[in-house]
Every structure is written in structure tokens, then in C-alpha cells.
Ligand binder design. Sequence first.
Ligand SMILES: [Fe+2]
Length: 171
Amino acid sequence: MAVVRLLNEDTTLKTHEEIVSGLARHGIDYERWQPAHPVADDAPAEEILQAYSREIDELKIRGGYVTADVIDVNPATPGLDEMLAKFDREHWHDEDEVRFIIAGHGRFHIHSTTGEVLAIEVEAGDLIRVPRGTLHWFDLCGDRRIRAIRLFQDKAGWTPHYTESRIDEGL
Ligand SMILES: [Fe+2]
């Protein structure tokens, strides 16, 4: 399950219910998904997408997503630091950022319209949906590994627009 910290209040949301409602206050959707049948986290992408096809299809209808793929990065991925440097500064997209975590970890920071900043550490089984226009940034965790299903309305919309606020520095 995700670990969610409210940085302004220095508190941590602990239960599933607290996380779902605490994130919903800031427009972020959070769910836990179970595969339709057991699937290894290193299975081919097609098997992963098949195991979660019910949830993916439901989400496509709800959010207008047209494609799903599987991204996989680890410490041996060429250009990993350059890739991460695109997303570890505060930015927003014209497109929702939707991720279902298969393996590894990631940390999203959300800069809410309320002024609050949330740190969300996701792990296997977590679905997070960051709506278009939401100020956020992303980094890997200590294992520098993440394998995740991504859903897109239009891949062209998934370009970061940077705010240059520097709020991300030191967080
Ligand atoms: Fe992003």
C-alpha cells in the first residue's frame, strides 16, 4: 500500500480509507488492484496487461484513455538519470498521469491548489491517477526500479510543462 505524507502538517496517512479520502481531497484517485490470475512481476507486458484487463478497460471508459503500455526502468536502464531529470522538477501535463505499479517503487509529490504538498510513495498493487493540470513531480526510490502500466488519452499530451517554482528543491 502507498505511504502518503502531508508535508505541511507533517502527518502520514495510514489506512487505506485515510489514503483514498485524503488524496481525493486533492483530486488524486487511488486504488488497489488485484490481477485476475497470478502473474509474475517480470512477465511479458502482454501478460501483465491481460491480467489487469478488466480494471484497465473500466478505467479507459471512465477517463477516456485509449492506450495502455508497460514501462520498465531499473538501475541498468541506459540514460536513466537523464530520463528522471525530466520529471523530478515541478511540472504539469495536458494529460492525466495514470500509473499502476507492477514492481519497484516511485515517489510522486503533489502541489495541491490548496497550497499543500503531498508525498506519495507507491509500490506494487497501487493505482494512482494525477489529473491533467495538477502540479507534481516524480522520482524513483532507493531501489531505482519501477515497472508500471501507463494509460494515455493521447501520448502527445504527456509532455511536461515546467513551473520553475523550485518548490521541489530539497523535497
Ligand atoms: Fe508528470
